[in-house]
Design a protein around this ligand. Structure first.
Ligand code: AMP
Length: 223
């Protein structure tokens, strides 16, 4: 089983991706994670990629595409969940060509939809409980609003993660994601067209609501 998952930062892509990965026992291939691994090991590729990543820019296709295709090839027997790639139409096209060439199927493409402002509120409103980081608290989401400035579950102190509060960084990532001409949504729509021709299956998932509801919807869509 081979799956690509798309969703803006803040859409719950990580959570829903884990569900898919566990259900089908897939290798989780995350392009950002592969880059971070290279940076950690100090490889030449990591050194090249780091400057782009630090600025929040995309790493050039000449570096990214071969790196991802090579990783997919290495995991072709177990199947994979691809996350973070493709992020532009050229990457989509190259991936599709490579799959065709090696006779691999793309079983599902999942697009989690969430309006941009909702995604931003999810990130910026998130508050972390000192007692348990898994306690859900978000100042912008009515259903999980903290009690005053305390955790709604256990009453302990809350804090915000500094990287959740960097509005410029969030906007920059979302600019790339929501770009329907050249960005990640354009990359996703490449497969939507192929799905219309019966070449893959494209699942649109409404990302609003809580994690459990979205999970249920996703499971219903898988045949
Ligand atoms: P992520 O963890 O998915 O947010 O990725 C972290 C960073 O890695 C991104 O901000 C980019 O600089 C780089 N990156 C990850 N995936 C890609 C991709 N498909 N194309 C270009 N750059 C990427």
């Amino acid at each position: 089983m081979n799956i690509i998952i798309f969703g803006p930062n803040g859409s719950g892509k990580g959570t829903q991706g884990t569900l898919l990965k566990d259900k089908y026992h897939l290798a989780h291939i995350e392009s950002g994670g592969i880059f971070r691994e290279h940076i950690g090991k100090g490889t030449p590729l990591g050194k090249q990629a780091k400057a782009y990543m630090d600025r929040g820019d995309l790493v050039p296709d000449e570096i990214t595409i071969p790196m991802v295709l090579e990783t997919l090839q290495a995991h072709k027997d177990e199947g994979w969940l691809l996350d973070g790639f493709p992020r532009n139409p050229a990457q989509s096209e190259r991936l599709w060509e490579a799959l065709q060439k090696s006779g691999l199927k793309l079983d599902y493409v999942v697009e989690i939809q969430l309006p941009r402002q909702d995604a931003k509120n999810r990130i910026m409103g998130r508050r972390i409980c000192a007692g348990n980081p898994n306690h859900p608290n978000n100042i912008f989401i009515e259903a999980i609003k903290p009690e005053g400035d305390k955790c709604r579950v256990c009453g302990q102190a809350l804090s915000a993660r500094s990287d959740d509060q960097d509005e410029n960084a969030i906007d920059k990532r979302h600019n790339i994601y929501y770009d329907e001409q050249n960005g990640t949504l354009a990359a996703a729509y490449f497969y939507k067209k192929l799905a219309a021709e019966g070449k893959t299956r494209y699942i649109v998932l409404d990302g609003r609501g809580d994690i459990g509801t979205v999970k249920e919807k996703l499971l219903k869509e898988l045949v």
